[in-house]
Design a protein around this ligand. Structure first.
Ligand SMILES: [Zn+2]
Length: 58
């Protein structure tokens, strides 16, 4: 069974990655930061395969 993958965006450096759970340390800024769930949940942005443009491109 495949694990569902979410998009995560670092609130510090805006690094985005796709993973089941966000990493403890951000690969972008090497800090422990809050990852925002940036997964698209609406058909408008294409479903969970995609980043929600309102979050991912802010
Ligand atoms: Zn970061």
């Amino acid at each position: 069974m495949e694990e569902p993958k979410n998009w995560w965006k670092c609130s510090n450096c805006e690094y985005t990655l796709q993973a089941a759970t966000p990493p403890e340390t951000c690969p972008g800024c090497k800090e422990k930061c809050n990852f925002i769930d940036a997964t698209c949940y609406t058909p408008e942005c294409g479903g969970p395969e995609n980043i929600d443009p309102q979050i991912g491109q802010r």
